[in-house]
Design a binder for this molecule. Structure first.
Ligand SMILES: Nc1nc2c(ncn2[C@@H]2O[C@H](COP(=O)(O)OP(=O)(O)OP(=O)(O)O)[C@@H](O)[C@H]2O)c(=O)[nH]1
Ligand SMILES: [Mg+2]
Length: 358
């Protein structure tokens, strides 16, 4: 699972990437071709609570992968543009960063912020990229001198999708038969990729609660069902470099209850359909990331393939009970310990001990 940071040049993607992944990549270098990858901790107060209870030697949070993709520019070569698009295509989720903050340097390079224009332009860009791919595919299929039957079905399907895209409708509105679904399996459309918005604001905008195009952006996101968060990337990056005790004071001053990292990672987790289960003990309190639908045996495989192969059963209780009652012993006493088999659907916050045999 990889999250791609996308958006116009100078919108603050690399700044946000540095904040999320504790990196020090150079910012303000529009035109650079470098793609940065790194992982971000997923802050989780449940892990903090369990650490205070079990006092393990080691605490391990879940992590998510980010990829910082430079913004495309008008003067890009075809090669650069297509390389950047390929990077966007391979991400599982897109986070579009919007430049809203006031900065004389950014303004000198890219003009005054026009976040609503950037937002809609980017959507159009993705749509056009999909249309381009589809048109090429249709042309290739039609060129083949003798059209086989499934080619004909594919051509007509692609044409229907093309029409939908050209009307700027969402693909979900296309009704597909089972065989058409199969024809489409493995095709990914950029304009259909899960996306959310990071509105990159400055300190003043945070305090006033207002910024250019705010209403239009919020309405657009609501209409398209796009989750939106406002983050002061630069300010939070500066805060993150302070001592932990100073960080809290600064956050409070700004009225920030939770860091951008916390809000972003939770949203990303949700959008990707991920949940956490935990393992606890004297050695380590640890979060593991799985898909929402995962069953116990798959969860075991996250830890080690031996545990998956030799799975006997899962002993588990849920974090909520631990939080209410305060100790494993009390959870056991209250009868919340359970034994489950390999097909048990793991729930978010399950604390699991796998019994296995190799
Ligand atoms: N004042 C202010 N400046 C910011 C903020 N976020 C980013 N910047 C500045 O804006 C400039 C561009 O930021 P980058 O993070 O490099 O932008 P980018 O989106 O990675 O740009 P490309 O890589 O060209 O696509 C840098 O000089 C940053 O310091 C912010 O929240 N406030
Ligand atoms: Mg950058």
């Amino acid at each position: 699972m990889q999250i791609g940071l996308v958006g116009m040049p100078g919108s603050g993607k690399t700044t946000l990437f540095n904040l999320l992944t504790e990196n020090l990549q150079p910012t303000g270098r529009s035109g650079s071709d470098e793609i940065h990858t790194g992982s971000a901790v997923v802050p989780d107060s449940r892990i903090d609570f369990m650490t205070s209870i079990y006092k393990p030697r080691k605490t391990t949070y879940a992590r998510i992968e980010f990829k910082d993709i430079p913004g495309a520019r008008m003067d890009d070569s075809r090669a650069r543009a297509s390389r950047l698009l390929d990077e966007v295509r391979s991400a599982d989720l897109l986070v579009q960063v919007l430049r809203v903050f006031n900065s004389s340097t950014a303004e000198a390079a890219f003009g005054a912020p026009q976040p609503y224009r950037d937002l809609t332009d980017y959507g159009t860009e993705l749509l056009l990229a999909d249309i381009d791919v589809l048109e090429k595919r249709i042309a290739r299929l039609e060129e083949a001198s003798k059209i086989r039957e499934d080619d004909a079905a594919q051509i007509s399907l692609f044409k229907r999708i093309l029409e939908t895209l050209e009307n700027e409708q969402i693909l979900n509105s296309v009704e597909l038969s089972e065989s058409e679904k199969q024809l489409l399996a493995g095709q990914s459309f950029l304009s259909e990729k899960p996306l959310f918005l990071v509105v990159n604001i400055d300190e003043e905008q945070l305090c006033s609660g207002d910024y250019p195009d705010r209403d239009k952006i919020v309405a657009y996101a609501a209409e398209k069902n796009i989750p939106l968060i406002e983050i002061c990337a630069q300010v939070e990056l500066e805060i993150s470099l302070l001592l932990p005790e100073e960080q809290l004071a600064f956050m409070e001053d700004l009225g920030l209850k939770e860091s951008g990292l916390g809000r972003l990672s939770r949203l990303a987790y949700e959008s990707l359909g991920l949940v956490s289960f935990f393992t606890v003990g004297e050695d380590e309190v640890r979060a593991w990331t799985i898909r929402k639908e995962a069953i116990a045996r798959q969860a075991a495989g996250k830890i080690h393939s031996d545990i998956e192969r030799g799975f006997i059963r899962a002993e588990l209780f849920n974090y909520d009970h631990l939080f209410q009652l305060g100790s494993t012993a009390k959870v056991r006493e209250a009868g919340h310990f359970r034994l489950e088999g390999k097909d048990y659907p793991v729930r978010d916050g399950d604390i699991i001990n796998f019994r296995f045999n190799v």
